[in-house]
Ligand binder design. Structure first.
Ligand code: EPZ
Length: 426
């Protein structure tokens, strides 16, 4: 199994191209099921999760073509054509590897009137049920049965508009219901919706395909169903979590880095926080410039929450930064119940962290020490890479397949700005 070797201590200088957002691209791919015309997605990231969604969509009979970008910073273009839905079966073997597979339920129900989709089950960061998705589809008139670990959903006469309030502003449930409602009969009013930038990106693409949606980016989304949607060429938004990760990389290692294609607007909470603790982030005409001088960052508390608050997907990376900050900070995770798996691994590198329930108390140390480490999810793994950038000596991050799920060419992007980092093939 591949691993990443890092020798810490280098400042970062140069440019990093930001890829298209994984968590937008996956939902846009699923939305291609809503039309019998071709959907072309540009600025596609090249990631293992995109490969998993490709495998799933091909099972439904979607014709897929990819034009590869030539080098770093040159994204892929993907053409998806769901002329007919040949099967509406999403097997356990694919869904268990990637929970975003569950997002095909809305489009399949809306276009095909039925679907059999494996329940995703729990995962390393928490139980992650799909009850809000299922209750929402039931409210839209679907019949839902659970059998042998599968959801059997049927809406033979089509989904019907309804008013539904999410108990929590779930990203996946909001997006799944949106993609069902665009082809439903009548008006759907969704309350307490996710306002995440990726949810807005999906909504903008659906509107460009002919959907009638109002209220994107607010907690109430109103959708008037239409009879059909058309094909589209649509650019995937820049990845705000990859952006945030490289902002924190620069804050932890020090230096000057320009993130090409990055947007400040989707990273407001992180940027506001880092400016208070000694890292400047400015919008340029090409992206974001990040600058930290030699001064050690100051410790500062953070609480994760739904957008526009601080994202749970940057919590592990921020914790790596707090491990070397001046002072003590408290990091509270409110979105997932078990998202501190990086703590014991950071501790192996000399970090001082105490976890009590949903709060991690981090006492900054002057130096971390390189060590062999591994993590059980994507964002936790990258926090270990960030810690490795500033640790003394060598850090080996094992289980690189987690990183490959969501960070395109991580080691090339970081070595391109001066980090000593390489992939070692098994
Ligand atoms: C999306 O997951 C992202 N994944 C996650 O990114 C991200 O961490 C999360 O949103 C929060 O921002 C994708 O977009 C593919 P939720 P999702 O539904 O949609 C509970 C990454 O690293 N809940 O907003 O699954 C749930 O258990 C990943 O890229 C229910 O109880 O997140 C969780 O505690 C990890 N019932 C909370 O809501 C439901 O039916 C938020 O989950 C649905 C959710």
């Amino acid at each position: 199994m591949d691993r990443i070797r890092i020798r810490g201590g280098n400042r970062l200088k140069g440019e990093i191209p930001i890829s298209g957002a994984k968590n937008s691209a996956l939902k846009l791919m699923a939305a291609s099921l809503l039309t019998d015309e071709p959907v072309t997605l540009t600025n596609m990231p090249r990631l293992a999760d995109i490969g998993a969604m490709t495998d799933l969509l091909m099972q439904f009979g979607v014709n897929m073509n990819v034009r590869r970008g030539a080098g770093l910073g040159q994204s892929d273009t993907m053409r998806l054509h769901a002329a007919r839905i040949e099967s509406a079966f999403a097997p356990y073997d694919i869904v268990r590897k990637m929970r975003a597979s569950f997002q095909v339920l809305g489009p399949l129900l809306a276009r095909h009137g039925e679907a059999k989709v494996s329940l995703p089950g729990g995962c390393a960061i928490g139980a992650r049920p799909v009850d809000f998705h299922l209750k929402g589809f039931e409210a839209m008139g679907a019949t839902i049965e659970l059998a042998d670990g599968y959801v059997l959903a049927s809406a033979k006469g089509g989904l019907k508009g309804t008013t539904f309030e999410f108990p929590f502003a779930s990203v996946g449930a909001t997006e799944n219901l949106m993609t069902g409602a665009v082809l439903a009969r009548g008006r759907t009013v969704l309350k307490n919706c996710a306002r995440e930038p990726e949810t807005q990106d999906l909504g903008r693409c659906l509107i460009a395909m002919g959907a009638k949606i109002e209220g994107l980016g607010t907690s109430e989304i109103i959708i008037d169903g239409v009879d059909r949607l058309s094909g589209i060429e649509y650019p995937v938004m820049p990845d705000r979590i990859e952006t945030g990760t490289y902002i924190i990389a620069t804050a932890i290692a020090g230096g000057d880095v320009e993130l090409i294609g990055a947007q400040a607007s989707s990273n407001g909470a992180l940027i506001g926080l880092l400016e208070k603790i000694g890292t400047e982030v400015k919008q340029t005409n090409r992206g974001l410039s990040v600058h930290r001088n030699g001064v050690r960052p100051t410790a500062m508390d953070v609480k994760t929450d739904v957008f526009p608050a601080f994202p749970t997907d940057l919590q592990a990376q921020y914790m790596a930064l707090m491990c070397v900050a001046n002072g003590t900070s408290h990091i509270r995770e409110t979105v997932f119940e078990n998202r501190f798996m990086h703590v014991p691994e950071l501790a192996r590198m000399g970090a001082k962290i105490h976890v009590d329930g949903d709060v991690a108390t981090v006492t900054g140390v002057e130096t971390l020490k390189g060590a062999p480490v591994m993590a059980t999810d994507l964002r936790a793994s990258v926090s270990l890479v960030l810690a490795g950038l500033v640790a003394e000596g060598e850090t080996i991050v094992n289980r690189v397949y987690h990183l490959d799920r969501g960070f395109e060419r991580l080691e090339e992007k970081l070595s391109g700005v001066g980090a000593e980092i390489e992939r070692q093939q098994a």
